[in-house]
Design a protein around this ligand. Sequence first.
Ligand code: 5AD
Length: 352
Amino acid sequence: MAELRPLIDKLKEDRILSHDEFVRMFTCRNPEDSEYLRSLAQETAVANYGHDIFLRGLIEFTNYCRNDCLYCGIRRSNSKAERYRLTSEEILDCCEIGYGFGLRTFVLQGGEDMTYSDESFCELIREIKRRYPDCAVTLSVGERPRKTYEAYYEAGADRYLLRHETSSPEHYAMLHPAELTIENRKRCLSDLKDIGFQIGAGFMVGSPYQTYDYLAEDFAYLKELEPHMIGIGPFIHHADTPFAKMPDGSYEETLYCLAMLRLMFPRVLLPATTALGTIDPLGREEGIRHGANVIMPSLSPKDVRQKYLLYDGKICTGEEAAECHACLEGRIARIGYKAVSARGDHADWVRK
Ligand code: 5AD
């Protein structure tokens, strides 16, 4: 009873724990301490961000992918995935719709689709920045050579999301084919940060073969990396992947990790992810109650939404962007928060 309280206080105070202490936080998780952790995390988020929730318009522009990650529904060997890619014009149309809702960040996310040349992708970034100079452009297009990242940055991209997935080489190899390595992932993340991007890292909670030792290593790696954003969500199986029969990640454990991250990184941008909203109908609201302060509504055209399926049961695949936007604003308002129209750069708070 309340056995973890001293560790939770220590996490809040020192913003880090030892490996063994992290493991104890996971193995001894219990409802009473979870509620204590949650209340401190929510208090910390409110102290830093008030009741503001930042929205990022997510444009899932291609589900072609050269990679074969074992957990992911758009892996290249899933022949059942119906592939699509949006044209630059279609992507710009999504931005126009999102801008109209007040969104000031566009996240271009896709599989590692090699048909967009660096040149054409940079031209698209420049065009978005030309039309919407007050908006941030975030990219989430996987592992690329440093030179390509530099070109994206010069074209005007502001931020880059690349989850590290798991920081343990051993665990990384259980989730990915041999040609993908944690060394290259980490190289990408440090290049991106070095180039000047605001970066996002993160992992899935309850991914197959994850242990509390691995999870503790993820927290330690994040402390070392110090990303501007941390995206986490539960692993959810996809029927047409090798992990079809693997159990989904725990909802409570995901919320618990969110709250721990909020205490460790009081000002980090912490999204309540779509996967969290998929595993529980009120997942995103609970995410906010556990310290999250970002939501990423989809701006993808309705006819492609049900094709960008990384896992089974994904929510919001039957709605138009406008319906999603209105629904989210309502959900945020009902729990006493406010969806704000702002770029929401991490540096805005760090400077204060
Ligand atoms: N369940 C939950 N999250 C997943 N992702 C990919 N596949 C799944 C899945 N089956 C996450 C990965 C990736 C992000 C875009 O989506 O962490 O980085």
